[in-house]
Design a protein around this ligand. Sequence first.
Ligand SMILES: Cc1cc2nc3c(=O)[nH]c(=O)nc-3n(C[C@H](O)[C@H](O)[C@H](O)COP(=O)(O)OP(=O)(O)OC[C@H]3O[C@@H](n4cnc5c(N)ncnc54)[C@H](O)[C@@H]3O)c2cc1C
Length: 502
Amino acid sequence: MHSSRAIIIGSGIAGMAAAIRLAAAGYEVTVYEKNSYAGGKLSLIEKDGFRFDAGPSLFTEPQELEALFEVAGERISDYITYKQVESTCKYFFANGKIFTAWSEREKLLQAFTEQLEEPAANVAAYLDNAAQLYSSIGNIFLNNSLRTGSLLTAPPFYKALSILRPYLLFDTLNEFHEKSFTTGEAIQIFNRFATYNGSNPYAAPAMLCMVPHVELNEGIFYPEGGMISIAGALYQLAVKKGVRFHFNTPVERIICAGDHIEGVVVNGENIFSEIVVSNADIYFTYRDLLCDERTAAKIAKQEKSSSAIVFCWGMKKAFPSLQLHNIFFSGDYKAEFQHLFTAKALFKDPTVYINISSKMESGHAPAGMENWFVMVNVPSGVTAKDRDQLIAFARQQVLKKLRGTLKEDVEPYIVTETVIDPAWLENNTGAYGGAIYGISSNTKRSAFLRHPNFSPAVNGLYFCGGTVHPGGGMPLCLKGAKIVAEMAGKFNSRYALASGRH
Ligand SMILES: Cc1cc2nc3c(=O)[nH]c(=O)nc-3n(C[C@H](O)[C@H](O)[C@H](O)COP(=O)(O)OP(=O)(O)OC[C@H]3O[C@@H](n4cnc5c(N)ncnc54)[C@H](O)[C@@H]3O)c2cc1C
């Protein structure tokens, strides 16, 4: 009996996680990756003695990563180490207030009261509610394919439904926060979590109030060596489990025979496989790999998540007032989101996020210097024509914002600069229009409109990654890979029985 073959298109975090799970289940797994490296959006830029994680900078839910190593029968500490970070973020408000969000709960609640005058009881009640929702509704919703009959009849599904309240679907996240907190600062801090999947807190349903649970109840972590170590660890683990990688090798087509998968076309050659998993953006999977223009057009019509402009700045001095994660809030958050999602433009007073990994590991920048990853959210789908103008405007506004808050012009300290923008994200990571998380979660139906992890038309074809269920961000990508591996396992048992291969 030969083992079943699985082909993975793309080595993003979900692609590698699916590869590891399928290899651990006995599949012969091959990954085709069009880039020269593994990791997709999780990548590294090195310049002039500085190193920058070019994509994700916030590491949460390490248990999702641990589960992969467990499935593979390996000790995670042999591949990667990480530690909890004492403070999750430092917030600078337009009114001059500064707030440090501590990881330790009592310290966090006390800081809300002392620094922002937000009653600790409000924050505690909110976080407890978020924890309960996450462990019930979140657990069912994020760990299962939503479109399988077995889920709808499972007892945990009904238990989760019993916790569902109308406000979760019919209030916006901002409306819920206005009812939950008394201060504008607390509302703004919690509204920001909508951006963790590229959405708008003034439109997205209150259901997204589960998101802060992950950061504020479970904590944030820092992987030794920076975020790129996560990609490295997954790659090493996959190789250890026998997964074969082909870099600089784009898949050209997915081949189907009627309602069954046949394999893929690579370098003009047909390669057969019982299972194919696409980790590529779902829009391009349909448009280019399945040549299904109709479905691609339907996906293209759905509202996209936001994109980003990131300035990777090497700074020739250290800024003691900053920490690993920092937020400089817009003075008019509502207007900022109106610009992003309605006017499709960057607001003149954008919220600025700065990540400085050299605060954790001094080797990420030359002595006495810092590596700043400076990000602003921008609309996805910016045309090439508007690109230079958008970058120039963003740079100007970011510098103005930092000058106003830090009371110091930071521009003279920039010794090296690399810019990431929506077009860069599309070219380098295959994100359609540069949308970081595929479609937005701006309506109560959005979560159900996200493409499922399987093809409704082709048996043996699966999808994982930030543009399909359960969504983007590394923890959700890892959950999606698990759903895919479980579905593929069930499909393969049926297939083996039907074809006598058992
Ligand atoms: C600027 C930025 C900041 C972010 N911040 C965070 C954060 O702080 N925390 C967090 O958890 N998440 C964050 N994210 C989101 C997170 O990075 C993504 O959700 C996640 O990495 C996506 O992984 P994926 O599995 O969908 O694959 P992707 O990373 O999208 O990779 C897909 C891979 O498929 C390959 N591919 C595409 N087409 C083909 C083809 N035809 N043939 C072969 N290969 C192909 C691509 O080259 C790519 O390598 C951020 C993302 C960005 C861009």
